[in-house]
Ligand binder design. Structure first.
Ligand code: SF4
Ligand code: SF4
Length: 127
């Protein structure tokens, strides 16, 4: 948990930041999903061979057509409509895990996790 940060589960980053759902995933992400046998995730990755030892893994794609998705396929709305959940929270891509990297990054990209944490922590009901 980052000091002073409290994710609001608002889904802004997942919905509005194109890098979140049309970005690259890491070798470690790919390896993790391979070990877990998550063929559903792997089917949505395209690997570009850029030369010896240099590969780029892009996410997320439609498995049937290979086209870029327009919305992250793992983003779910909470039943009580009080925010969003990530269906692959425990194994989500490293770049999702690392966001936002610091308060200024959050502020520049529309995340209020640091601001709200400083203002007044909101107690959400258990998921
Ligand atoms: S990281 Fe920030 S923008 Fe993303 S869901 Fe949490 S509060 Fe919202
Ligand atoms: S994988 Fe999860 S955290 Fe990342 S963009 Fe999709 S819903 Fe958001």
């Amino acid at each position: 948990m980052r000091r002073g940060f409290n994710c609001r589960c608002c889904g802004h980053c997942c919905l509005q930041l194109i890098d979140a759902y049309n970005g690259c995933v890491s070798d470690a992400d790919l390896h993790r999903w391979q070990l877990l046998g998550r063929t559903d995730l792997l089917a949505r990755i395209r690997t570009l061979d850029l030369g010896p030892g240099n590969q780029l893994h892009t996410a997320w794609h439609e498995p049937e057509t290979g086209e870029d998705v327009e919305r992250c396929p793992w983003l779910l709305e909470r039943i009580d409509r009080r925010g969003c959940l990530c269906a692959i929270e425990e194994i989500k891509p490293d770049h999702c895990r690392a966001y936002p990297e610091y308060p200024e990054h959050a502020a520049a990209t529309g995340c209020r996790g640091y601001v709200v944490a400083r203002e007044k922590p909101e107690i959400l009901p258990p998921r």
